[in-house]
Design a protein. Sequence first.
Length: 155
Amino acid sequence: MDWFAIIKTLHVISATILFGTGLGIAFFMFRSLFTDDIHEKLYAARNTVLADYIFTFPAALIQPLSGLWLINAAGYSWNELWLLTTYGLYLLAAVCWLPVVWIQIQLKTMLIAAAETGSSLPERYNRLFRIWFALGWPAFVGLVVIFFLMVTKPT
């Protein structure tokens, strides 16, 4: 059995899930900003939080574990510049993602309250949404650069 090929495939699939799910849920959550229907906003928020738990979180755990295994198995030095850059960018993405998850839960909670009471969303909703949007950009760009570094492995 070729463990290297299996772990590398798992690494690529989890990277694809991490990036693709992040992009997909960001799209749907962002699109919910443009509707006045509280139930549509709530649907987007509920599924965004759910997708993060089901897809993003496990993929985010698999990435560093499979990556460390691959570094060792391929014989790379853990402190090569392209790998150090990758670690830093992954850490940046994680530091952005953790508050994003908390914000998504807060947005969902405010939407549930507004849907149940028929009240308007508080200004805090819009403020948190802007922060959520701003935090997504460094994580997205960081993951794009990580993909580039993984493909090119510059020395």
